[in-house]
Design a protein around this ligand. Structure first.
Ligand SMILES: [Zn+2]
Length: 323
C-alpha cells in the first residue's frame, strides 16, 4: 500500500496490486481529519492509519463510508470515537451485505479439506475467490461498526473554511453510493462508482443511474479522482468507466437477443480495449445485471453470491486468482 498526496490537503492510500477487495482510502487533512473508507480488514486499516499518520496530527475526527460494501467499512472499529458519516441506507445495508463472519466462513471453508471438496464440487468459483482472499485478508475479529451521522441527498462539511460535499448517487454500484467532492481542492473521492484498470462490479442499481453519476463527476470537473479500486485518475477515468459500461451493456444486449444465457454471453464477449484490466471474471456480474434490466427485473433483486462467484469462475476458466 502506498501514500499519495493528491492536492494541497488530500491524500490517498492505494492498494497498488489492485486484487479482489483491494480498495482505496482517502484522507482530507483539515478540520481534525476525515478518512474516506476504512479497508477490508483490520491489518489493512492499520496500514492506512500508519500511512496517514505520517501527515496528520492525530486520529481523525470523522470517517466517511462511501457505501455499504465490506471492503470500504470493515476497518471502522479502529477509528474509535470518530463520527462515522454515510447515506441513510448504509447501516441497514451493511447488516445485509457486509457480515464479516460470512466472508470468514468462506475463507475457513477453503481451508478445511471436507468443506474444500464440497466447495469445489458445488461452487468452484467461490473456492477460487476464497483462495485468493486467504492470501491477502483475514476477516477474523471484525465488528460491524455502523455509521451514526446519516444523510439523505446531500451533506456538507465545513473544514477550516473548506467545503466538503457528500452527494448520494446510488443506487448505481450499490444502494448507498456517495461521492465526496471538494470543489476548492478539485478532488472527488468516487467510491466504487469508479473502478480503475480493473473491471467494475455492480450490485444494486441500474446502468442508467451509473451513467448519470459518471456524467455528474465529469461535470464537477475535478483535477483528481480517487476511485474505489485502482490508481488515481482525472476525469478520463470517469469517461473510460462510462465507455466500458456502455460497451458491456451493448454486447450483452446482442447476446440477450440471440437467446444466450448471461453465462454464455460473459464467455463470448470480447474485452476489446479493456483486455488488460484486472478482474476480467467480474464481467459475468455486469452481464447478469444487464440481463436483469432486459428482463425488467427489479434493480434490488437479491444476488445468489455463490452462484455469482461461480459465474465469474467459469468466465475466467478457473483463473479468478489472477483478477
Ligand atoms: Zn463496492
Amino acid at each position: 500500500m502506498k501514500l499519495q498526496q493528491i492536492s494541497e490537503n488530500c491524500f490517498a492510500a492505494l492498494n497498488e496490486k489492485n486484487r479482489a477487495r483491494d480498495a482505496n482510502s482517502g484522507l482530507i487533512n483539515l478540520g481534525g481529519g476525515v478518512v474516506v473508507d476504512t479497508q477490508a480488514d483490520l491489518s489493512h486499516a492499520r496500514r492506512v492509519i500508519e500511512l496517514f499518520g505520517k501527515v496528520w496530527g492525530g486520529m481523525p475526527k470523522r470517517v466517511i463510508n462511501t457505501h455499504e460494501d465490506g471492503a470500504h467499512v470493515w476497518g471502522n472499529q479502529l477509528f474509535e470515537g470518530a463520527e462515522i458519516i454515510a447515506h441513510r441506507t448504509v447501516p441497514d445495508r451493511m447488516k445485509q451485505v457486509a457480515d464479516p463472519s460470512e466472508s470468514q466462513k468462506l475463507l475457513d471453508g477453503a481451508e478445511r479439506l471436507l468443506s474444500r471438496v464440497m466447495l469445489r464440487a458445488t461452487h468452484p468459483g467461490a473456492l477460487a475467490i476464497a483462495r485468493q482472499l486467504r492470501q491477502d485478508y483475514d476477516f477474523d475479529g471484525i465488528r460491524l461498526v455502523l455509521p451514526t451521522t446519516l444523510f439523505d441527498e446531500r451533506y456538507v462539511l465545513n473544514l477550516d473554511g473548506t467545503e466538503v460535499h457528500l452527494i448520494h448517487v446510488g443506487p448505481c454500484h450499490q444502494v448507498g453510493d456517495t461521492i465526496v467532492h471538494l470543489p476548492r481542492e478539485r478532488v472527488v473521492f468516487a467510491g466504487d462508482v469508479i473502478f480503475r484498470q480493473c473491471t467494475p462490479m455492480g450490485w444494486t442499481g441500474t446502468y442508467d443511474k451509473w451513467f448519470k453519476t459518471l456524467d455528474l463527476i465529469i461535470w464537477l470537473d475535478p483535477e483528481v479522482i480517487v476511485p474505489g479500486h485502482g490508481p488515481v485518475c482525472g476525469i478520463e477515468g470517469a469517461m473510460e468507466m462510462k465507455a466500458y459500461l456502455d460497451y458491456v451493456r451493448e454486447e450483452s444486449k446482442r447476446c440477450f437477443e440471440h437467446g444466450l444465457t448471461s453465462l454464455e454471453a460473459s464467455k463470448r464477449i470480447d474485452f476489446g480495449p479493456y483486455r488488460t484490466w484486472r478482474g476480467p471474471a467480474r464481467l459475468y456480474a455486469s452481464v447478469e445485471r444487464a440481463y436483469r434490466e432486459f428482463r425488467n427485473e427489479p434493480a434490488d433483486a437479491p444476488w445468489d453470491m455463490a452462484r455469482s462467484f461461480d459465474g465469474e469462475g467459469a468466465r475466467n476458466r478457473g483463473r479468478v486468482l489472477r483478477g
